[in-house]
Write a protein that binds this ligand. Sequence first.
Ligand code: F6P
Length: 556
Amino acid sequence: MHNAPSFSAISQSEIWRALQAQAKQLKQRRLTDLFADGPLRARDFSLELPRFLLDYSKNPVDRPVFVNLLRLAQEAGVEQWRDDFFAGKPINVTEGRPVLHPALRGGLDADVEVDGVSVSEAVEVELQRLKELVVLLHNGDLTGCSGKRITNVVNLGVGGSHLGPQTVIEALRTHRKGDVAVHFVSNVDGAQLTDVLAGLDAESTLFIVSSKTFTTGETMTNARSALSWLQRAMPERPAEALLQQHFIGVTASPDKAQQFGILPERIYRFWDWVGGRYSLWSSIGLPIAIACGFDHFRALLDGAAEMDRHFREAPLAQNAPVILALLSVWNCSFMGYPAHAVLPYNQALHMLPAYLQQADMESNGKSTNRAGVEVDYATGPLIWGQTGINGQHAFYQYLHQSPEVVPADFIGTVAPGHELSGHHEVLLANMFAQSQALMNGVDAESVARELTAKGLSQEEIKRLTPFKVHRGGKPSNTILLKELDPRSLGALIALYEHKIFVQGVILQIYSFDQWGVELGKGLASKLESKLAAGDLTGEDGSTAQLIDYYRRVNGA
Ligand code: F6P
């Protein structure tokens, strides 16, 4: 068991109550007034790190609130938990294991052993194996059954075995290497596999079955269909040979991959101490190394290790993940804003909202505290979003004028990542304008002035003004990266990982299990056979009706 200090509910602490009282006050204050109070507010509520500027000044916090939030972090034992995390203590208590994804990127300050094995040595061995495979692929030395060079790789995996690699490959579009195309199939909806395979030549296609457990129904169904596809294209080859030449396994359960028929030397390992949603730094990142080259994969790991160091060493008040976590706790649990938008102003980061949805919500979407008692406060927010520009023409109306307040992260880059002139200024001007508009809003007087200037009558002005008023006061953070290179991306993702961890520590929940997901998995596999057999016994009325309708329409 993790040797945590004796448990005392954080919501019963004095500091929690003090913050609740402050939240009542802050709700009465306008963000613009906070800026008027302190001329240096933007500077004081910002942090400049080597790869980015974090401006968190547009949040409903003043200095006394910020000081108390830091006290809350201390009271919650953030520093102790952080040290235990990096020391490899079993902080994933409900699953009884350590959480060591920083070890995958050299982010620990001392080596840790798990079951008597040096973690850093095991990691390095797998990294070297990945490197050798990537070199083989890029040199055209990896061939399929018929002797044809492998030119297409299809990653079969879902959740953490998919989102990280594809998010990173999309983000590093200017850092691609080699000519091997990488594709992703995550959905068990056969339409996705069908579409991806439609353009591919079986003889030159390699499948990566990416699954920590090697039991996930969706992934294993796709793997079996991939094998059938190969068999149809090469009927003269035995299944065994196809599995050996056209499949690679990436897993923490190598025995299961072997049982499936994958050669032991084609199985790339990671370990139980790597959570699925934190696994892109492990062998799960193989598609990244193939698409972007091993050196860029390494640079990604280095960037994340930089953030590990910052998180480990920076004082809480200047610690980017801690600050973001405190603001999230403040906005969600104290101010009562239950959602949080992720809005990248960089097309290459278009999958980041989906990636963070899993990272954050699968970690902190919990309601039981570490003592096993239901919490009496809101935990992690609902994370959603998409690229900012597209969002502006879709859901920003809600952000601007709905009565709900949705805090947001605006994420942009100083360097454009392309050579078209004029585009980047338009993009960034939009990003800055949106966070400004959300903060400032527009009051009735300004609306009236604007309409008067346009020559509208007093009557028209009176009629239109209520519709054009924007209350403002909508909080946001802005993360402005110098550029979107592998190191910066690694640092950005690790920033969010640590933010999520700190948030969980403060909220006193376990962030590294996902029992809710396991519940759905179990029910789906039970219903799969009932669907086929039309067995409705024991099902609730609605589920029985759905199965019945499906079978009737399907002619069963
Ligand atoms: O979504 C739940 C989950 O358990 C994730 O944590 C994991 O990333 C995903 O399923 C896939 O699991 P596996 O890698 O074992 O196939």
